[in-house]
Design a protein around this ligand. Structure first.
Ligand code: HSE
Length: 336
């Protein structure tokens, strides 16, 4: 499969690491050979129709001079859309930074890729929360596939569990911890840290958004709840439909008081088919959604199965890159 990789930040690099480490396994188990025919960052593009070795690409990206080390394939200043339209490829992996205001530049990259009949894999929440149904319809019209399992739960397959594992059943309620940063902050506050110090740690560990207000004020969780509800339950939510309150006013004293009652404070996201909300809640310490650190968790309540809970790492480049690879395998198996 010929792939154009748009974005070489933590996630793009995690994807390349994953490819470098698992090339043999992908080939032997799934018959998937990923050939990176172009890769882009803000400095320009590297184009190599025979495929750039992921390890070589990573070493160049991480050394002084970046992509310009890769001659003669380096094309300074080239933009993604031009490459998407001119380089022969089967799929585009879009991992530029998330912009939830208008989804750009990822929105244009994804739309352009689908129009050029390229499959798309992304972990970019912006375009998916703003225009999931438009982009899904466009993909269908163009006869290609759009996959975005890394947008919710990082590498933890929350969307895939609902899409594949619960087929034939009906999800009637979603409840979850969908933001790793706030869960980490609340956990560390329970261990005696002040809010600001805990947030700084979460930023250092690479969990937080570029603007951590999106985490702390509940917006990131509201975005993920919107994506989940729309995808899993066929809701037609916009992120502004989610009644959202963050954790900015929670104090250590609140966390202590909860503990004294055998409870914990968690930033919970819920949708029951009518109301969507994200807010701090007091839950029993024994609740299955009481997960520590940067973990995420989701409970689907279904008509037949009852409740099923999935817990896993919800943030981080390496973890989320596994969702990108999973999506590529899915596309390969469906189209070979
Ligand atoms: N900032 C997000 C989080 C990253 O903390 O969950 C993953 O979407």
């Amino acid at each position: 499969m010929r792939v154009i990789l748009v974005g070489l930040g933590a996630l793009g690099q995690g994807f390349l690491d994953h490819l470098a480490a698992r090339a043999d396994e992908l080939r032997d188990r799934y018959g998937l050979r990923v050939k990176v025919v172009a890769a882009l960052d803000t400095s320009g593009a590297v184009v190599q129709p025979s495929g750039v070795d992921p390890g070589v690409l990573l070493r160049a990206k991480r050394s002084p001079g970046g992509l310009s080390n890769l001659q003669p394939g380096f094309r300074p200043g080239r933009r993604a859309l031009e490459i998407i339209h001119t380089v022969e490829a089967d799929a585009v992996v879009e991992v530029t930074p998330t912009n939830i205001l208008d989804g750009e530049p990822a929105m244009s990259h994804i739309r352009g890729s689908l129009k050029a009949k390229r499959h798309v894999v992304t972990a970019n929440k912006g375009p998916i929360v703003l225009a999931m149904s438009y982009l899904a319809a466009l993909a269908e019209e163009q006869g290609v596939l759009l996959r975005f399992s890394g947008t919710v739960g990082g590498g933890t397959p929350m969307l895939d569990l609902a899409r594949l594992g619960l087929r034939g059943d009906q999800v009637v309620e979603i409840a979850g911890i969908l933001n790793g940063t706030t869960n980490y902050i609340l956990t560390r506050m329970g261990e005696g840290l002040e809010f600001d110090a805990a947030l700084k740690e979460a930023q250092k560990l690479g969990y937080a958004e570029a603007n951590p207000k999106y985490d702390v004020e509940g917006t990131d969780a509201a975005i993920k709840l919107t994506i989940l509800s729309n995808w899993v339950m066929g809701a037609k939510l916009h992120v502004t439909d989610v009644a959202t309150r963050g954790i900015e006013s929670i104090t250590r004293a609140d966390v202590e008081r909860a503990r004294a009652q055998g409870k914990v404070i968690k930033l919970l996201a819920r949708y029951d088919g009518k109301r969507a909300r994200v807010e701090p809640e007091l839950i029993p310490a024994s609740d299955s959604l009481n997960v520590p650190g940067p973990l995420n968790a989701v409970t689907y309540t279904t008509e037949d199965l009852g409740s099923v809970t999935l817990i896993g790492k919800g943030a981080g480049g390496r973890e989320t890159s596994s969702a990108l690879v999973r999506d590529l395998i899915d596309i390969h198996l469906l189209t070979k």
